[in-house]
Ligand binder design. Structure first.
Ligand code: NAD
Length: 263
């Protein structure tokens, strides 16, 4: 299957590690030039170098904090100056802290809103005119399975990420006529730094060991393993590509069967 990504220009945010890095790598493997961004310059540069070396593609890096409107503008400007266009946008960010409802004050809610919803709004809004000018494009907003089945001890994610799904579906309706597709991907439990952090925090909260938490979740996954970042990246790349040219407005989980509802 030809994904039609050869020579396309992609921006993947929060892409120095984990799922975002895997998305950038997979896009580049399939022929796209990619701009990667994250806060820590050393880790980001390492990712840029490794992806460029493995794929031979044009990969650029810019350090940015996605809670900053100014940094987001700089990321968009850098992508346009590097490639002259943006065909693919993959929005990703770090996750909000775990905890129960009464653990969080207004400041924590505001931070989570800025990181996991407002950054997506800003990035989507910034690329629309650029994609329109280029005759279309594909946006994939990364969220979490928490939008399909709220997760224990993750109230900030459960509440705020739902907004990303509402936004993506609305944009799919509004932008279809411009040839811009907008979809959302929901990673299940994926073996990254973030998963280790979440399991450690939950073990502390519940007075259990890390293995007890991990084994308990493991047992609920029909495919019998946690995801690798590449598992998520392959779905993102498919949706970003021309192979998915008739797919817009969907919210797809990649979770080994974890979500128990019908949809
Ligand atoms: P990770 O910790 O491996 O990587 C997070 C990436 O985001 C890193 O590149 C980090 O530098 C970057 N980042 C964090 N905060 C940032 C900020 N303010 N500005 C710019 N970059 C920032 O995590 P991951 O597992 O790849 O998770 C990526 C996203 O997917 C998170 O939002 C996470 O909550 C979500 N998610 C993860 C899982 C999982 O099981 N790992 C499941 C569902 C959803």
């Amino acid at each position: 299957m030809d994904l039609g990504l050869e020579g396309k220009a992609a921006l993947v945010t929060a892409s120095s590690e984990g799922i975002g890095r895997a998305c950038a790598l997979e896009l580049a493997r399939n022929g796209a030039g990619v701009v990667v961004c994250a806060r820590r310059e050393d880790v980001l540069d390492k990712a840029r170098e490794e992806i460029a070396e493995e794929t031979g593609r044009q990969i650029a890096a810019i350090s940015a904090d996605l809670t900053s409107a100014r940094d987001i503008d700089a990321v968009i400007e850098r992508t346009v100056s590097e490639f002259g266009r943006i065909d693919v946008l993959v929005t990703n960010a770090g996750g909000p802290p775990s905890g129960k409802f009464m653990d969080f004050d207004d400041a924590a809610w505001t931070r989570a809103f800025e990181l996991n919803l407002l950054s997506v709004v800003r990035l989507n809004r910034a690329v629309v005119p650029i994609m329109r000018e280029g005759g279309g494009g594909s946006i994939v907003n990364l969220t979490s399975i928490s939008v399909k089945e709220p997760l224990k001890g993750l109230v900030l994610s459960n509440a705020i990420r739902a907004g990303v799904v509402g936004l993506s579906k609305t944009l799919a309706n509004e932008l279809g006529a411009d040839g811009i597709r907008v979809n959302a991907v929901c990673p299940g439990f994926t073996a990254t730094e973030r998963m280790t952090e979440l399991f450690t925090a939950r073990a502390d909260r519940e007075g259990k060991t890390y293995d007890e938490i991990a084994d308990g979740i493991y047992a609920t996954i029909p495919l019998g393993r946690f995801a690798e970042p590449a598992d998520i990246a392959r779905m993102v790349v498919y949706l970003a590509s021309d192979a998915a040219r008739y797919v817009t407005g969907v919210t797809v989980q990649v979770d080994g069967g974890f979500v128990k509802g019908l949809l």
